[in-house]
Design a protein around this ligand. Structure first.
Ligand code: HSE
Length: 336
């Protein structure tokens, strides 16, 4: 039986949802893939808990949920105040899992790759700013660098572009990639105010810790940048055009509604050109999604138009993408 060592960075909603899936589906993964996952470290903003023999996930979830932070843990486990970079250097792992919002995480992703360790991430800025360096290092080291959960949560848009449409030339991509803004615009159509709708999105756990990233289109911009990197080659967030929904008024929403349309924050990706802006979408359009759904319309030379639609946010929905990548990385490390 293969035992795969995981080092988990980030123990907020997505980190805990990932731990829960690993805990609850451990037997399924053992039977289906012959893989056993041993979590050797878990880090939150306060501390790193490190136990080379493997951490009891039930216990670490319980501590985080009752005490609020890992630094409060005082039993036989070793608790350290490493920076993420120090933790990567100290802790021996097969797969480094980044479920943080650390904007500077690319530096410790690079360190993990240099050490030959796989990286699985749901954290977008490293890719939106440093895609070329990260993929270059991953290739050089022969180490998997996987990021399915960065765009459309577990809905497999990354795998589709990276591993499936290999003979097609992508002509364009149009997409709705941010659940919070769709949720707010949907609720505004139903008569709620912007602020009420934002509060609801925060309560549902779909908005970022700082929701301005969602509202200003930055989150959708990161995701559109990542799609461009896959479809057309490297580009960075600094090179794209982003307009959020902060300027959208109740009148704008009403006007679209009267015209049989709906306002959505639409990303448009063509070779060398990425933009994100509020756009009126006809009711029957594949991009007229509601609630936390995302949709992407990919146009290729061979296939014509392809639509992929599904959950774009949510805890277990994001954990779906993270865990899928953890299994993929483990299989790749095993040579499959
Ligand atoms: N805040 C994001 C959204 C979560 O609203 O879509 C997933 O990246």
């Amino acid at each position: 039986m293969e035992e795969v060592k995981l080092s988990i960075f980030g123990f907020g909603n997505v980190g805990r949802a990932t731990a829960r899936v690993l805990l609850e589906k451990g037997e399924v993964f053992k039977k289906k893939y012959g893989l056993t996952f041993k979590v050797v470290s878990v880090s939150d903003r306060s501390a790193t808990v490190w136990l080379p023999e493997g951490i009891d996930l039930r216990e670490v979830l319980n501590v985080k949920e009752t005490l609020g932070k890992l630094s409060s843990w005082t039993n036989d486990y070793e608790v350290y105040d490493f920076t993420p970079e120090e933790a990567v250097k100290e802790i021996e792992a097969d797969i480094v899992v980044d479920v943080t919002n650390d904007k500077n995480a690319w530096a410790w992703h690079m360190e993990a790759l240099r050490r030959g360790e796989a990286v699985v991430t749901s954290n977008k800025p490293p890719l939106a700013f440093h895609y070329a360096e990260l993929m270059g290092e991953a290739r050089k080291q022969g180490a998997p660098y996987l990021f399915e959960a960065t765009v459309m949560a577990g809905t497999p848009i990354i795998g589709l572009l990276k591993e499936t449409l290999l003979g097609d030339s992508i002509e364009s991509i149009r997409a709705v990639l941010n659940g919070t803004t769709t949720y707010i615009l949907t609720r505004m159509e139903e008569g709620a105010s912007f602020d009420e709708a934002l509060k609801e999105a925060q309560n549902l756990g779909i908005a970022e810790r700082d929701p301005s990233g969602d509202i200003l289109g930055i989150d959708a911009g990161y995701k559109a940048t990542i799609l461009h990197c896959l479809a057309f080659g490297p580009i960075t967030f600094e090179e794209i055009e982003v307009k959020g929904i902060d300027g959208v008024s109740e009148e704008d929403v009403e006007r679209a509604k009267r015209a049989g349309k709906t306002l959505r924050l639409v990303a448009s990706v063509e070779e060398g050109a990425v933009s994100v802006e509020p756009t009126e979408v006809p009711r029957g359009d594949p991009l007229a999604v509601s609630s936390t759904q995302n949709a992407t319309v990919i146009r290729t030379d061979l296939l014509g138009e392809l639509v992929i639609r599904g959950a774009g946010a949510g805890l277990k929905e994001t954990a779906s993408g993270v865990v899928s990548d953890i299994i993929k990385a483990a299989l790749e490390l095993r040579g499959e």
